[in-house]
Design a binder for this molecule. Sequence first.
Ligand SMILES: Nc1nc2c(c(=O)[nH]1)N[C@H]1C(S)=C(S)[C@@H](COP(=O)(O)O)O[C@H]1N2
Ligand SMILES: [Mo]
Length: 325
Amino acid sequence: MRKSLAILLLLVICSAPFVACSGSQSTTTTPTAATTATSSTFGHPSTSFQLTGLVSHAGTFTLADLEAFPKVTVTINAQSLGAHSFGGALLYSLLQQAGIMTVSTRKNDILRKAVLITGTDGYGAAIALGEIIPRFANKQVILAYEEDGKPLPQADGFARLVVPGDAFAGRYVSNVAQVAVASPGPVPTLGAGTPSNAFYLDGQVMHPAKYDLAALKSLPTVQAISYSGVLLNDLLTQAGTVLDKKKNGILRLGVVAIGSDGYSVLIVGGEIAPKFGNVRVLVAYSTNGQSLSSDGFARIVVPGDQAMGRFVSNLTELQVVALGS
Ligand SMILES: Nc1nc2c(c(=O)[nH]1)N[C@H]1C(S)=C(S)[C@@H](COP(=O)(O)O)O[C@H]1N2
Ligand SMILES: [Mo]
């Protein structure tokens, strides 16, 4: 209770205009400033955001900084928002320019990263790097500063996250205040990798469980590309995810998929939740009617990931991890 009060107070203080609230920096403000701060349902209008975390060049981004990138326009039709066009900078271009820090000895280490976008009201949503890298899912996720050819409505601040394909606009974080790159969850030991015959579903779930081929086959079968298996989302539902208390907790949850060789990648809740990205990620156990043989009894299949980097084979663990703060 006292902790949530402190967080609330911090949010109110951080909502005051012209007060910097980055990291450990402590700030003071007058009570009058705090009480006049909020003017919209999505926090006070932002005029810049901080890029933090695993990047070589962290820093502050303003409208002019976003406008310096090639403008990308996307047309969306989300429930609760309707049909709109949004113009802005590709999130991936911004991250590329800032230089995402990766571990060169880990194959596709970048696929283990998440970007948490947080608004001035503390609402946050995560994007997996695999969603936005061109050779994987290539989603045109933008930090939008224009809506229907005009500046964003003032209530959305100078920048709003736009995620084409998300059914409901839960990841459309308004008043962007922070963009943070992280490598959440375990860093599995790399090894030779032997064919797997079971995996554990654990981490932030109420009912951790072990799945073998028989357990998977007892669940509803779903097809994607040439694969058959079960929906990762169904496994999460069965395990009962532990969500934070804020709105749309699933948007701040991730799943680290780990193979017997220690290869690991991240899939985020917003990507697979039916209400949001609705990407039908499978835990597959057969392809063209055949078992996966050298790929183990089960592998991940992410429809839309062109280079198949997140198709973790010889699955040994699905660890559910918290991505928010
Ligand atoms: N366990 C494990 N799974 C993995 C990898 C790996 O090194 N280890 N490589 C990934 C990469 S980079 C690709 S492109 C695909 C290749 O899938 P394929 O073996 O079916 O062609 O598997 C993915 N799954
Ligand atoms: Mo690959």
